[in-house]
Design a protein around this ligand. Sequence first.
Ligand SMILES: [Zn+2]
Length: 370
Amino acid sequence: MRPDNRQFDTDAIRRDYPVEQVVAGYGIALHQRGTALVGLCPFHDDREHPNLHVYPAKASWYCYACADQPDGWKTGGDVIRFVQLIERVDFLEACRRLVGRPAAPPRPSSHPAEVRARRQWDRLSIDEQDLLNRVAAHYHQQLDGCVQALAYVRSRGIPDRLIADQQLGYADGRSLRAAFREPADIDHLVDLGLLNRQDPEHPDCFTELFRHRVLVPELRGGNCIWLIGRTLVPDRDDLKYLALSGERPILGLERASGHAEVLMCEGVFDYLTALAWEFPAFSTCGTYLPCDRLGFLARASAVFAVFDPDAAGRLASGRFAALLGQRLRQVALPPRCDLNDLGTRTGGREQFLELLASAHNGSQEVNQCA
Ligand SMILES: [Zn+2]
């Protein structure tokens, strides 16, 4: 409902219609000068020296030349005042004209944590991609050199050939900083969130995001575009899984795209088990995946949901059934057993093939990819 004349929320108008965008919307080109944006003032004959100063931080504007005119009333104000003057309307009409136009999108924050949270990992610059590839290679080498981490991965039934194929890694929490000495590399590592500066007073002290974690990279065309890590030393304050922040890519997109039959796994290690058994598979890295990320399954006639046999898993299966319709087949795992657990059991693979066949209604053989 449109507010009546006396009910304009002027604070909201000033917030939702940034003065610099409204001014620019009248065709006035603005250029940064210090904290101000300057342009030609539309209220006096301003041809040579731009006199209109717009201050985004203060949501205001000011013309230094108009202020010198005998009728210096057109000197400045807020966004509403600007619209009043340029459209020659009163205050209420200016408000009405502002709220009648589409609100500007909120100004994106430039705080590093928020920039990271907006990152899309399938859009990296060539320098960032090159660096992430080197980081993944470094972590992969670390896994090879850490007996405890390697034993953990093998104990979860992951064969050495898959460790190599998928470039699984390990972060010891110390060596990343030592391996990357170039200042430009350090800056990128901080930007990407792999290293965090602990203390502004000690700019060369870093903590490593993935310390003491086994790492699973998402590979696209052989490039590592993202990493998720499973902690090796669980403690109460630590998350079991931690990923690079930003929009999560589909883990295993290339493994699953284009196949007629695909396994949709809940956990990262479930996904690795599926790969070890040479199924086309991907992981939702949890039970949530927004519907606008599912297009890559368009060529699949059957998507086998291999979720944990618990309430969250059942709920997720139901949600994906609504999104994927006839394509979705639910695989009923044994009680208290996820796919990775099954993978570590003797005869687990054969048992899984049977479960898969029942999910398929016994109508067809389930094809494994070569
Ligand atoms: Zn002026």
